[in-house]
Design a protein around this ligand. Structure first.
Ligand code: CTP
Ligand code: CA
Length: 227
């Protein structure tokens, strides 16, 4: 059931959501990407909007149906995603679910690189802007609630707790993407919500249910911190 924007717990609140992978060009026909499906970010944007939020959904190239009732901004690269996020601020909350490429090709070509027998191209990488860290550390206009994600393997809670402190965000939604969990690319998720009060493990559930729970938690947190 889709509720009108005017009657939910997030009515009057603006939320920026990033989602999907980014594509980092090598030349006009080639790029570097990652395996993010965009499913979790899309579900979160939809859940926030269904609670009444005004949502700006900044998405990389993902093969999932876009959420409805939200402002959709399509981008390719991390640099473009950063610009779109900054332009979408100020907001009450930011939810950074995108799998942003850590590096871009610094010497990307404007023309197609031609194959020459026996000669391999060499790529130099540059570090991409860290959108989550930048927004978390904004001296002015920082959203009241900044939520990051962390797809980890091995000691998920330890990695994600360190990541929360390093980036300066309020919450990290962490999950275990070891191949054995089958989560990457699947329809379910098992997350741990990390905040300044510790780590809270949620039972494994559908990505839509994770999104719904998270949206309700975001509504409660914005309510509490309302001035
Ligand atoms: N993120 C971002 N911009 C980047 C990289 C990451 O906004 N350039 C955000 C992601 O959207 C996510 C969080 O930061 O919410 C964590 O991303 P992750 O890739 O796990 O963090 P990294 O610091 O890049 O660490 P890692 O070495 O584990 O990739
Ligand atoms: Ca990364």
């Amino acid at each position: 059931v889709q509720r009108a924007l005017s009657d939910g717990p997030l009515t009057g609140k603006r939320v920026v959501v990033t989602s999907g992978p980014t594509h980092e060009p090598i030349d006009p026909v080639r790029y570097i990407a990652n395996r993010s499906s965009g499913a979790q970010g899309t579900a979160i944007a939809q859940a926030l909007r269904d609670l009444g939020a005004e949502v700006v959904f900044v998405t990389g190239p993902a093969d999932v149906t876009r959420p409805t009732g939200v402002e959709v901004i399509e981008v390719q690269s991390a640099v473009q995603m950063r610009a779109a996020v900054m332009a979408a601020l100020p907001a009450d909350a930011g939810v950074f679910a995108a799998a942003v490429a850590d590096w871009r090709v610094e010497n990307a070509g404007g023309s197609k690189i031609k194959k020459v027998a026996g000669q391999m191209p060499t790529f130099r990488f540059a570090e991409n802007p860290d959108i989550l860290a930048e927004v978390s550390k904004l001296p002015e206009g920082r959203p009241r609630l900044v939520v990051g994600f962390a797809a980890e393997t091995d000691d998920v809670v330890a990695h994600a707790t360190a990541k929360r402190l390093r980036k300066g965000c309020d919450w990290i939604v962490a999950n275990d993407v070891s191949p054995a969990t089958g989560i990457m690319g699947g329809t379910e998720n098992a997350v741990v919500l990390i905040s300044d009060s510790g780590a809270e493990a949620w039972p494994r559930m559908g990505k839509r249910e994770v999104a719904g729970q998270l949206a309700r938690r975001i509504a409660a947190a914005l309510d509490e911190s309302a001035g």
